[in-house]
Ligand binder design. Structure first.
Ligand SMILES: Cc1cc2nc3c(=O)[nH]c(=O)nc-3n(C[C@H](O)[C@H](O)[C@H](O)COP(=O)(O)O)c2cc1C
Length: 462
């Protein structure tokens, strides 16, 4: 059978002009942009040697990103946070409200500290958007910390009279489970505040801002990202056989973002009891991404496999200690016949290659690529490490035993972690979409996606 013809040029291939490749050498082979391109260096005595130039943009995290990248800046009690996202296609409809809505979702959740009420995060769009549309240039967002004034004396970037002793609230009793102790030694700081201000999960506000824009891009091509809490501090929530069509509308209606109202009551009681005991709780969120076309990501190289890209992104969230895809660890305990999803023709599912699987134990990924089934990930968070009934530590000024610092903090942040996990998944999946379909403009991306889906349809016309 003759392979179907593309009605378009492959979006992320380019012809390398011979002039870029050194004297007298013609190499106009089309390569994906992220490949390393050989460059021939010609010496005057006629010798040549080659070196490679990487065309892949540097990732701002350890997560390999191929086209999109984002970075964040800001301390927890500094003047504010900054989020810069680059690679968003021009023409994406975008408003500050799209981002603010997600920031508000991150601030919800039973068990959070009082700071969540003070903050009421909102962004100021500094660049990359004009008249409600992305320009294709870096999008910079500023989120001011509302309580900066009360922290100015402590966090002032300028030298103050009497420094460093003048700085109040120095942290010298590092909290077990936090970045305090190792950070102090590694960065040669006397006050663990220099570490905890950045290690604090306040930074994830800037991630949620970037993720909100990625979510907007996914929405434009019919892809949704949602989450719900499936476990909190020893209490399992029942997951309905069929998830609600608007997963977030259902989970956000619960104070602990769970779909199981009986479990919700128990979780709320447990949080209250744990708070009284001065302790903290962890839990597990499930993130679900629906509407993805098959074939995002790739099997060909380790860093292009979506399993790794997603796990890396999720594991980078503070306090996250485990990620499962589909059956996850459960798949290791049962035979293959109880794990793998059998295929059957299904003309109703063009985005899945006209195939239905009946089950989705793989969680929407095979060979590092999307299958067209919902992407299902579970993310486990440890209990918060600041305990109001503090754990034992040492005072680093004396080496003497001490009770760890107990700055006001959350009892649990599992519901909020789900929103942050959604943001990280939105980033990785938007990156995979732009990688596959190209992304100077939204129209171009749509055309390329339609062309690809026609190609898949032509091959699956059984
Ligand atoms: C949404 C969210 C809120 C958090 N809130 C707190 C907190 O109030 N107090 C605290 O000690 N840790 C909190 N953490 C966890 C710490 O940021 C994290 O444990 C710490 O940075 C050390 O990193 P690690 O746990 O990944 O090793 C929070 C984490 C998340 C995701």
């Amino acid at each position: 059978m003759e392979p179907p013809r593309f009605p378009y040029r492959h979006p992320y291939r380019e012809v390398v002009p011979s002039t870029q490749l050194g004297r007298g050498r013609v190499d106009n082979v089309a390569r994906p942009l992220h490949y390393r391109l050989p460059k021939l260096i010609a010496w005057t005595d006629g010798r040549t040697h080659s070196r490679t130039i990487s065309r892949r943009p540097l990732s701002s995290t350890l997560v390999p990103s191929f086209v999109l990248r984002f970075t964040t800046a800001g301390e927890s009690h500094g003047p504010g946070l900054v989020s810069i996202l680059e690679g968003v296609p021009a023409g994406l409809p975008l408003s500050a409200q799209d981002v603010d809505r997600e920031l508000r979702r991150r601030q919800q959740g039973y068990g959070r500290g009082r700071r969540m009420q003070i903050e009421q995060d909102a962004i100021e769009l500094l660049s990359g958007v004009r008249a409600g549309q992305a320009l294709g240039s870096p999008i910079a967002m500023l989120i001011r910390n509302r309580d900066w004034r009360s922290w100015q004396e402590i966090m002032d970037p300028a030298v103050r009279e009497g420094d460093p002793a003048a700085r109040r609230r120095a942290v010298t009793r590092p909290r077990p489970g936090h970045a305090d102790f190792v950070g102090m030694l590694k960065y040669d700081r006397e006050d663990a505040r220099d570490i905890l201000e950045r290690a604090s999960a306040r930074e994830t506000t800037a991630r949620v801002a970037a993720g909100a824009i990625c979510r907007r891009l996914l929405e434009e091509i019919g892809v949704s990202v949602g989450s719900h809490v499936v476990h909190l501090g020893g209490i399992d929530a029942e997951t309905p056989a069929e998830l609600p069509a608007d997963l977030n509308a259902a989970s956000d209606a619960s104070p602990v973002r769970t779909l199981d109202s009986a479990a919700e009551r128990q979780m709320v009681e447990l949080i209250d009891r744990t708070k009284r005991a001065g302790d903290t709780l962890g839990g597990v969120c499930e993130v679900v991404c629906r509407g993805l076309p098959l074939g995002l990501g790739s099997h060909v190289s380790w860093d292009r496999k979506l399993d790794g890209r997603l796990a890396g992104a999720l594991m980078s969230i503070p306090a996250v200690k485990g990620v499962e895809i589909g059956m996850g660890f459960g798949a290791a305990r049962v035979p293959g016949s109880a794990v793998h999803d059998e295929l059957g023709a299904d003309p109703q599912r063009p985005r899945a290659g006209h195939v239905g699987r009946g089950t989705n134990r793989a969680g929407g990924l095979e060979g590092g690529m999307t299958t067209g089934e919902p992407l299902v990930l579970r993310v486990a968070m440890k209990p918060i490490s600041t305990l109001m009934k503090p754990l034992g530590t040492i005072d680093v000024t004396t080496g003497e035993p001490a009770a760890a610092t107990a700055e006001r903090s959350d009892v649990t942040a599992v519901p909020a972690m789900g929103v942050i996990a959604e943001a990280m998944v939105a980033f990785v999946m938007a990156d995979a979409v732009v990688e596959k379909f190209g992304g100077d403009s939204l129209n171009e991306l749509r055309r390329n996606m339609d062309g690809y889906l026609s190609q898949v349809a032509a091959r699956t016309n059984w």
